[in-house]
Ligand binder design. Structure first.
Ligand SMILES: Nc1ncnc2c1ncn2[C@@H]1O[C@H](COP(=O)(O)OP(=O)(O)OP(=O)(O)O)[C@@H](O)[C@H]1O
Ligand code: SF4
Ligand SMILES: [Mg+2]
Length: 329
């Protein structure tokens, strides 16, 4: 049995404008210790999907239309609120894009970390509550494990006294406090400059390896995904359009959107070459295109594509694609 299984998951947002069909039949599975990247243009539903794993989309306006999300043997969509609280951080932990907005600016790092550690104890039914002193010792160990020198000084600091990269390391340390089996990192390096980005990615990869964590890494940047994930799922307008081992996808994508995404990355080995963009723009999820949601932008679209939704199907070992006319098939 997989660690995480998402089956035909549909989620909509009911707003004053009407219903936004944001996730449209997501199917994904992840084993313990596996690394999966989720890549796609802005607004395609990556964060909404990530938040769905911890039921963090506010309902309403969010509404689960259908499907199931299972973690080990638990159905995350029907767990009661207490069981869900206990799962957050202890089974599945999340790291978000902007570290500054997830740290309280008027509380010291030490207080925030010990609160998080003691909160994990409180969420565990019948679990032993650690003293503040024990929690502070554990906080220092966690900071050291994410490569922050002088943990005692960091614990005595306020968020504004740390750099963006240091704040992200603090949040990663806090995410590890509950010893989760799955780490979900939503654009964890987007707000950082490129050298710090590389360091934080290397840190995440090291932690995943040394602690045997499963990882879902969300990014709009294929380079980031390929640095940390063995497998990748490409999202377009609320659907998974292709899933493959990362290197296989980069070498030969089947889906025209995946091909477009790879072609849009500048090739630094060929300075004269110009990246190709994907013509058109992402569709409205209020009135998504019929059939294949990519058809208005697709160079391979046929009449069938406008009426019949392509299903995600196996096309080669370890590879799935949702396309009526895949490239090279
Ligand atoms: N609370 C909400 N109410 C209505 N629509 C929402 C809400 N939250 C998200 N959406 C819509 O869901 C869609 C997906 O948003 P999401 O944040 O998941 O995109 P994303 O792929 O993470 O983009 P980015 O790369 O910019 O982070 C967007 O069209 C967004 O407008
Ligand atoms: S199903 Fe048709 S429109 Fe959609 S990606 Fe494939 S060829 Fe293009
Ligand atoms: Mg997002």
């Amino acid at each position: 049995m997989s660690l995480l299984e998402i089956a035909d998951y549909r989620l909509a947002f009911d707003t004053f404008d009407g219903t936004h069909h944001v996730l449209d039949g997501i199917d994904l599975a992840l084993d313990a210790g596996e690394t999966l990247g989720i890549v796609g243009e802005t607004g395609c539903g990556k964060s909404v999907l990530a938040k769905s794993l911890l039921r963090l989309n506010e309902c309403p306006p969010a509404r689960v239309v259908s499907g199931a999300i299972r973690f080990k043997d638990q159905d995350l969509l029907t767990l009661d609120a207490r069981a869900m609280r206990s799962l957050r951080g202890r089974a599945i932990a999340m790291v978000f894009q902007d570290p500054a907005s997830f740290l309280n600016p008027v509380l010291g790092i030490g207080a925030q970390m010990t609160d998080a550690i003691c909160g994990q104890d409180g969420a565990q039914p019948g679990g032993r509550r650690r003293s503040r002193r024990e929690a502070a010792r554990m906080a220092a160990e966690l900071l050291a494990s994410v490569g922050l020198p002088e943990p005692e000084r960091i614990l005595a600091s306020y968020p504004h006294q740390l750099s963006g990269g240091m704040r992200q390391r603090v949040l990663i340390a806090m995410a590890l406090a509950g010893k989760p089996a799955l780490l979900v990192a939503d654009e964890p390096t987007t707000a950082l400059d490129v050298t710090v980005q590389a360091q934080v990615l290397a840190l995440i990869s090291d932690l995943v390896r040394s602690r045997g964590l499963a990882l879902i890494l969300i990014s709009h940047d294929l380079g980031v995904i390929s640095a940390a994930c063995a497998r990748v799922a490409v999202m377009y307008a609320g659907t998974i359009v292709e899933e493959a081992p990362t290197q296989a996808l980069l070498a030969a994508p089947y889906h025209p959107y995946a091909r477009g995404l790879i072609g849009a990355v500048p090739d630094l080995d060929r300075p004269g070459s110009r990246p190709r963009g994907i013509p058109g723009s992402i569709p409205s999820l209020l009135f998504p295109p019929s059939g294949c949601r990519f058809h208005p932008r697709c160079p391979r679209a046929s009449g069938r594509c406008g009426v019949e939704k392509p299903l995600l199907r196996g096309i080669a070992p370890g590879r799935r694609v949702a396309c009526h006319h895949p490239e090279g098939a």
